[in-house]
Design a protein around this ligand. Structure first.
Ligand code: NI
Length: 163
């Protein structure tokens, strides 16, 4: 395992604005990528990380909102419920935070590292994180959809809010 460099917005960031490709091979290389992404996320004290954030245009994400590590490959949102305004940050946008409207509850289908189907329903922070990471796979960074930049008002401390 290795800690990879996190691509930052505004610094050679083209990869953050592209649509990532579906993963087709569930091989050792994918497993290494997922392991490195988890290590990188934990080292940066983040709650989620998408492969494009480490420069890899593949549809893979890791999430840990304090309930254990979730790895998702080719994830898709299949249903959402409710709407909530949350304050988000992103490991690719260090030191900044903004208000974003997200669903209260989201159900996501995808595959695990071995290509087996998984379905996850998340509420609260997990729903937010699932949507934030899947946005990354479509080339969307939270700042593209934030309704207000609150970087100057909000003391950025909680790890749960960086993804
Ligand atoms: Ni992010």
């Amino acid at each position: 395992m290795a800690i990879r460099n996190i691509v930052k917005l505004g610094e050679d960031d083209a990869v953050l604005h592209k649509r990532a490709r579906k993963v087709e091979k569930f091989d050792a290389r994918l497993h290494e990528l997922l392991a490195d992404m988890a290590e990188t996320m934990y080292a940066a004290d983040g709650a989620g990380l998408a492969a494009p954030q480490v420069g890899v245009l593949k549809r893979a994400v890791v999430i840990d909102v304090g309930e254990g590590l979730i790895e998702l490959v080719n994830p898709e949102i299949v249903s959402t419920e409710g709407e909530v305004t949350v304050i988000e940050g992103c490991l690719s946008v260090p030191g900044r935070s903004g208000k974003v409207v997200r669903p209260e509850k989201a159900t996501v289908r995808g595959l695990n590292r071995d290509g087996e189907e998984v379905e996850i329903t998340g509420e609260g922070m997990l729903a937010v994180c699932l949507c934030h990471e899947i946005d990354h796979l479509d080339g969307i960074v939270y700042v593209d959809k934030m309704i207000e930049d609150v970087s100057d008002q909000y003391e950025f401390a909680k790890r749960e809010e960086q993804a």
